[in-house]
Design a protein around this ligand. Structure first.
Ligand SMILES: NC(=O)c1ccc[n+]([C@@H]2O[C@H](COP(=O)([O-])OP(=O)(O)OC[C@H]3O[C@@H](n4cnc5c(N)ncnc54)[C@H](O)[C@@H]3O)[C@@H](O)[C@H]2O)c1
Ligand SMILES: O=c1ccn([C@@H]2O[C@H](COP(=O)(O)OP(=O)(O)O[C@H]3O[C@H](CO)[C@@H](O)[C@H](O)[C@H]3O)[C@@H](O)[C@H]2O)c(=O)[nH]1
Length: 459
């Protein structure tokens, strides 16, 4: 089956980059990304590609190359669905904030709305591709909606989870470790495989049943996050034993069975996926009565929350047990470098804790706008919006953020932080000048030589 037109519902961190790469690698396929959010679509269509709603190295170049040729951004959802032979669902699936499964299960209302929309609009057969991360057995629900509303039209459902990481999305998409396609219809699977086949070697395109594909995505994230919680657990032990977590990580990472990647001790993992997907896994396990399985994975989250909390506790105790009225400069607000995404960023929780201790916070992040910082804090509902505005200031210049600060907290591993003039920074700060490095970014010896009191994770 030859695909000429693709529609992708959801112009977010996954839909945007993924479809841009598919369009670049398949110039004969017309790709339309649709979204209900007009502002987001307008930003994707902005002539100035530095204003795209997703900051991702390499993305502006690809959008510039393909947009208006075979890549289109639109809010005309029905039209794009109607015209396409293949429809990707790439909408958000956040943790539920209400009702049954609140705080644990994935909220599938946006996915269901997409399925209903497709069923209402479709006049010709369609392949529907789950690109969103979904609980195992969701394809069953989507199929049921499509078949019950969609009349005579035939729908094939595929699961095609996305494994890109933000900040490296374009490289991850151009050179994926694997592409995973789960489905029943061989014809539909091969139609999607041939799209990826334009640039991904066939032996890296895995074909599985739908349920394995859905569950593999949750499992991959659980394993990745588990590695971070494992090394973070060891980082706390290092701090009590004079072991150095980097040395331990290097030593264990050279065991080829363990491997060197994803062993950076940190302030705790953030991002929109790890916590949400593990909570979802825990919820699913519990719903089958598998309490030991659920408890095992839940510990990954418990440890991650502990890691964030103990970082802010350490800062407070070191600052003579009070941060009330003290200025803490936070370098970085994004959940990792090279992205403007702040979802579940550790910075939000550390700031919230420090604010509850009456600190005043000065934030600098190279890519996160001021409004986002306030929105993230207000979303927690810990205090009045007015109070957040009074206690938090967001700067465009790191040196201004740091001026007269009692302490710096490094929250994101942006490369530019390493090249700052740390002598100048020392002179700008109140003394003793403290640095709490949540990313193990700076060189302890040279920083201490300047005169800073330096604390980092796992050392
Ligand atoms: N962000 C990542 O790095 C990443 C990586 C792999 C997988 N995923 C998964 O991909 C999915 C999407 O994640 P994201 O980060 O791109 O989310 P996102 O919030 O950035 O984007 C989702 C978009 O979908 C739109 N949308 C919601 N309902 C809609 C509807 N009914 N019709 C049209 N548009 C609608 C929203 O307006 C939003 O722009 C999630 O399931 C996530 O778990 C994310
Ligand atoms: O050794 C490490 C590696 C990562 N992190 C932190 O972990 C979080 C997540 O990082 P990363 O996994 O690189 O970014 P994500 O964009 O969240 O990507 C993850 O989540 C995506 C969404 O499901 C998956 O597609 C990706 O494969 C998976 O890596 C960030 O806060 C990182 O700072 C660490 O603390 N130590």
């Amino acid at each position: 089956m030859k695909i000429n037109k693709i529609c992708c519902i959801g112009a977010g961190y996954v839909g945007g980059p993924t479809m841009a790469v598919i369009a670049k690698m398949n110039p004969n396929i017309q790709v339309t990304i649709v979204d209900i959010n007009q502002e987001r679509i307008d930003a994707w269509n902005d002539d100035d590609v530095s204003k795209l709603p997703v900051y991702e190295p390499g993305l502006p170049e690809i959008v510039k190359e393909t947009r208006g040729k075979n890549l289109h951004f639109s809010t005309e959802i029905d039209k794009a669905i109607d015209e396409a032979e293949m429809v990707f669902i790439s909408v958000n699936t956040p943790t539920k904030t209400y009702g049954k499964g609140k705080g644990m299960a994935a909220d599938l209302k946006y996915v269901e709305l997409c399925a209903r929309n497709i069923a209402d609009v479709a006049k010709t057969d369609k392949i529907v591709v789950e690109k969103s991360t979904l609980p195992v057995r969701t394809a069953h629900a989507i199929k049921s909606i499509l078949d019950n509303i969609g009349g005579e039209v035939k729908f094939d459902i595929l699961s095609n989870p996305e494994f890109l990481a933000e900040g490296t999305a374009i490289q991850d998409l151009l050179k994926p470790d694997r592409v995973l396609i789960g489905g029943e219809s061989k014809e539909a699977i091969e139609a999607l495989a041939s799209i990826y086949g334009s640039w991904v070697p066939q032996d890296q395109i895995l074909r599985t049943n739908v349920w394995s594909s859905e569950l593999s995505k949750l499992t991959a994230n659980a394993f990745l996050a588990q590695r971070i919680s494992s090394i973070n657990a060891i980082s706390e032990l290092c701090e009590h034993t004079e072991a150095n977590v980097s040395e331990v990580a290097r030593a264990i990472g050279m065991d080829s069975r363990i491997g060197p990647k994803f062993l950076n001790a940190s302030i705790g993992f953030g991002g929109s996926c790890f916590q949400k997907d593990i909570l979802n896994l825990v919820y699913i396990a519990r719903s089958y009565g598998l309490n030991e399985v659920a408890d095992y994975w839940e510990q990954v989250i418990i440890l991650n929350d502990h890691q964030k909390r103990r970082f802010s506790d350490k800062l407070i105790t070191t600052l003579y047990n009070t941060v009330s009225g003290k200025k803490i400069a936070m370098l970085g607000w994004a959940f990792k470098k090279d992205t403007n995404d702040t979802r579940e960023s550790a910075a939000i929780y550390v700031a919230d804790h420090l604010l509850s201790e009456q600190a005043s916070i000065a934030v600098y992040d190279p890519k996160v706008p001021k409004a986002k910082v306030y929105a993230d804090l207000n979303y927690l509902n810990t205090r009045l919006e007015k109070e957040n505005e009074e206690l938090v200031e967001v700067f465009n210049n790191p040196y201004e953020a740091i001026k007269d600060a009692h302490a710096i907290a490094i929250m994101t591993e942006w490369d530019e932080f390493k090249s700052y003039d740390w002598n100048k920074i020392y002179n700008l700060m109140k003394k003793p000048a403290f640095i709490f490095d949540g990313r193990r970014l700076l060189d302890k010896n040279s920083i201490e030589k300047i005169g800073f009191k330096y604390f980092t994770i796992g050392q």
